[in-house]
Design a protein around this ligand. Structure first.
Ligand code: NAP
Length: 290
């Protein structure tokens, strides 16, 4: 990795968990950031962030954290992002850039852009990288390396602010893709939100299957565990995503239900050719992305 040189003098991170903590670790590794101030509802998590050297200072309040920052990164659960941004706006220095890492973009970008006072700029972002773990202890410097980050400018986005946000994600090794926020939400509904809904439903369905008596899950092996890894993700985070990207998630759940119904019909009919074709097409698509 090449050293970027400091281009963010003071970074405020609101929500120093997996996503915020990993961004700071990666920016430090790239030599791109000066002082880092952390803000977090979870005081214990914030103190650990200081202990681990992720933040230089724990803010006493949102005002204390974001005042004087040239960049504010908001990485709290998606439903909280607009209200956090509303609360931090009065404390922004002129010229501050506010950006986020939330997994849903349409509602967040519209709300946060409208909240910006003259001279401050909002740019939405979403790193397509993560794990099923939460908190600063789960963060690591290489999370974003070789991954994509979707940045969602609008017709009102300040060009220099956009350039800085793109530079941040490139400095941590990501490939930046610029995309309209609504398109982003439809895309992630398909590649991320639907798989989480299916994984959560699958675990509950198998756990709730009691025709064989208790303890079905204890017999689960590699396949079940690989498939359902993401059902260990933070329930509050996924509650927020399902609520905020409701339309996109529902559209993909219906789309999936249609495919599942087709598969069920083939099993019911004993359609060997149909089943093999269905599985072959799926295998070819998956093999192609690996
Ligand atoms: P996380 O590890 O749980 O970290 C979030 C931190 O923010 C927690 O310490 C949380 O405290 C704190 N927080 C919650 N509400 C707050 C508020 N109003 N003000 C200040 N701090 C607050 O979560 P994460 O996985 O980093 O996710 C952060 C964001 O990144 C979410 O918007 C998520 O959609 C997005 N994202 C996540 C992933 C992923 O794989 N995890 C991938 C891409 C994007 P409490 O625990 O007390 O609530």
């Amino acid at each position: 990795m090449t050293m970027a040189g400091i281009f963010v003098n003071r970074l405020a991170v609101v929500g120093v968990g997996l996503i915020g903590g990993s961004l700071v670790r990666a920016l430090r590794r790239a030599g791109a950031v000066g002082e880092v101030v952390g803000v977090d509802l979870d005081r214990e998590n914030l103190l650990r962030a200081k202990q681990f050297g992720v933040v230089d200072r724990c803010a006493e309040s949102l005002a204390d954290g974001v005042g004087g920052a040239d960049l504010v990164f908001v990485s709290v659960p998606v439903c909280a992002i607009p209200s956090v941004v509303r609360d931090l706006v009065p404390h922004l220095a002129p010229g501050t850039i506010v950006t986020d890492g939330g997994s849903v973009k349409g509602e967040i970008v519209a709300a946060c852009e409208a909240l910006m006072p003259p001279g401050a700029h909002f740019v939405g972002g979403h790193p397509i990288a993560g794990t099923e773990h939460s908190g600063v202890e789960a963060s690591f410097a290489t999370l974003y390396e070789g991954k994509r980050c979707i940045v969602t400018p609008t017709s009102r986005t300040d060009a220099a602010a956009l350039e800085t946000v793109v530079r941040i994600w490139e400095a941590v090794g990501s490939e930046v893709v610029l995309m309209d926020a609504e398109k982003h939400d439809r895309l992630v509904a398909a590649i991320s939100h639907l798989p989480h809904m299916v994984a959560y439903a699958l675990v509950n369905a198998v756990e709730g299957y009691d025709r064989l008596g208790e303890g079905v899950l204890q017999y689960s092996a590699g396949g079940f565990r690989d498939f359902t890894r993401i059902a260990s993700s933070d329930p509050a985070m996924w509650r927020d995503i399902a609520l905020m990207n409701r339309e996109g998630v529902l559209e993909m759940m219906d789309h999936f239900a249609a495919y599942f119904a087709t598969l069920r019909a083939m099993v019911a009919a004993g359609d060997a050719d149909g089943l093999e074709r269905f599985f072959r097409e799926s295998k070819e698509s998956r093999d192609a992305i690996l």
